[in-house]
Write a protein that binds this ligand. Structure first.
Ligand code: COA
Length: 171
């Protein structure tokens, strides 16, 4: 008799990743609702049960150059993650990056994959450095430092880190 596999083969279809644009405001609400209050707080550094209309418009208002966002969709077309970078005014070679992954799908490598993809997109439009501001208490700061990010500012509960995008492209 053939040996049974000792792993459970994944039956989940792969995620589809595409650019997020102005028509995707409803997807942002859907993903926001899939974040726990704790994840919403970690993402926005404030309690945020729902996005305000202006915020939603801004977050969907990408332009493919100074503001790029990628959305990961599951097999049913539901959003499971969004990652974005926004070029800094006055420091056009640097962009601020942020991401959120639905709680159910966290710690599966989805966030890291989006960041790698964003790094490639950033390099193509002349962005050579990412910054990220994270709450120090979350452990994400430590995790980013382990991955080569440098702490450039630590202000009370949050810390700002930087990394060259080429380092992410190699990761
Ligand atoms: C932070 C976040 C985007 C990471 O995405 P992810 O797909 O869960 O992460 P990955 O599986 O790719 O793992 C990347 C690293 O993040 C860490 N991580 C994953 N989930 C985490 C969580 N909830 N809190 C803190 N760190 C977390 C992992 O430990 C891993 O670090 P390691 O390799 O040193 O162990 C995701 O957990 C999330 O949406 N959190 C809530 C919002 C947030 O904190 N956003 C970041 C600030 S903009």
């Amino acid at each position: 008799m053939a040996a049974l596999p000792t792993y459970a083969p994944s039956t989940e279809p792969p995620l589809r990743i595409r650019d997020l644009g102005p028509a995707d405001e409803p997807l942002l609400d859907q993903l926001h609702a899939a974040l726990s209050p704790r994840s919403q707080y970690r993402r926005f550094h404030a309690a945020k049960p729902r996005l305000a209309p202006r915020e939603r418009r801004y977050l969907a208002g990408t332009d493919g150059r100074d503001h790029v966002a990628l959305v990961a969709l599951d097999g049913a077309g539901a959003p499971v993650a969004v990652g974005r970078f926004v070029r800094l005014r006055g420091r056009p070679e640097t962009a601020d990056i942020a991401a959120e992954v639905a709680d159910e799908r966290q710690s599966q490598g989805i966030g890291s994959d989006l960041v790698r993809r964003l790094a490639r997109r950033a390099a193509a439009v002349g962005v050579s450095r990412f910054t990220a501001t994270v709450l120090s208490e979350t452990g994400l700061r430590r995790s980013l430092v382990r991955r080569g990010w440098r702490v450039v500012d630590a202000d009370g509960p949050s810390a700002t880190l930087e990394i060259d995008v080429w380092a992410l492209m190699r990761a």
